[in-house]
Design a protein around this ligand. Structure first.
Ligand SMILES: Nc1ncnc2c1ncn2[C@@H]1O[C@H](COP(=O)(O)OP(=O)(O)OP(=O)(O)O)[C@@H](O)[C@H]1O
Length: 297
């Protein structure tokens, strides 16, 4: 049932292999990332992360600033490569949604031992490009829209590489704009829209590719609370139907509890605990987790 598996992932920034090994030896002894940085000069992004993300789950990654959230999510589309470890992705999980008739074709996911899982760190440039086009999409905190393109061109952007005709890709883009509650704005430019509307465009763009994995890096954090709550509700409603595997980064425990089926808590580059909101509330692994859960509104 796993869609993504991280095995012993560590990331030491700006260190060669020998330097990284010395930092990791200190981490293995239990030294925290701040002390490692003081002693060696190297920043610890992540240390020895083992994490399984299930097919079709909305999995939140939570933690304070600097805990490693962005480092982790950026490994999943290889914007960052680890110092060591493996990242396995099951490429047979299929959550394709057909824009025209809205039928869904969910293929039963295969477990981690399946030969259909690939170690994405072994992909060559061409395979990586294909993986990014067909398997993972990302929604960014600051929307990442192309300013000189209209809304519909932005949403259709990821479909251009699939050699679809303009009319075909615009039909799909229109469908997703409608799904995220944006109609009659297709000819607007991003700077004519509010932040909430721009992020709806960002979401429609990510959904339009119909990739099974959606990465959301603090996607709602720049929005005011009311709009943020609306987008959270909309994401949950969409996910009810789409059943994607969503990795959702947030530093806000209320948001994590609201949207996450499971939550992974990071601290200083280490994975402290993964569980349902109820697991974390009733059986926190340490004081850090307990403080988060008791800070929940
Ligand atoms: N490019 C980089 N070079 C050096 N160190 C880095 C780099 N990117 C991140 N780090 C360090 O890695 C650690 C984890 O950073 P990361 O940005 O992943 O945390 P985060 O939880 O996403 O934080 P935030 O919520 O502030 O975005 C921090 O100590 C950070 O300083």
């Amino acid at each position: 049932m796993n869609h993504i598996q991280l095995k012993n992932i560590s990331k030491i920034y700006n260190a060669n292999s020998t330097q990284a090994q010395s930092a990791m030896a200190l981490l293995a002894e239990g030294m925290d990332s701040v002390a490692v940085k003081e002693q060696t000069g190297y920043s610890v992004g992540l240390y020895d992360i083992n994490l399984n993300i299930k097919a079709g789950e909305l999995h939140c990654i939570m933690g304070l600033s600097g805990s490693g959230k962005s480092t982790l999510i950026r490994h999943l589309n290889r914007l960052i490569d680890p110092t060591s470890g493996e990242i396995w992705v099951n490429t047979t999980v299929n959550t394709k949604t057909h824009a025209k008739d809205n039928t869904q074709a969910n293929t039963a996911p295969v477990d981690e031992s399946s030969s259909n899982a690939i170690n994405i760190l072994e992909l060559n440039d061409k395979q990586l490009q294909h993986y990014r086009q067909q398997t993972v999409s990302m929604v960014f905190q600051h929307f990442g829209l192309v300013p000189h393109m209209t809304v519909i061109q932005n949403v259709a952007y990821g479909l251009r590489v699939r050699k679809m005709s303009v009319s075909e890709r615009h039909e799909i883009a229109r469908y997703w704009l409608n799904e995220v509650g944006l109609t009659n704005l297709e000819h607007s430019y991003p700077d004519e829209l509010s932040g909430g509307m721009q992020q709806r465009v960002g979401l429609a763009r990510a959904l339009a590719t119909d990739n099974p994995i959606l990465l959301m890096d603090e996607a709602f954090s720049a929005l005011d609370p009311l709009i943020r709550a609306q987008l959270q509700d909309q994401l949950l409603a969409l996910q009810d139907r789409l059943n994607k595997t969503i990795v959702f980064i947030t530093h806000d425990i209320d948001e994590a509890v609201k949207v996450g089926q499971r939550i992974s808590i990071l601290n200083g580059g280490r994975l402290i605990q993964t569980g349902t909101p109820s697991d974390l509330r009733h059986n926190p692994a340490d004081d850090y987790v307990e403080q988060f859960m008791s800070a929940k509104a």
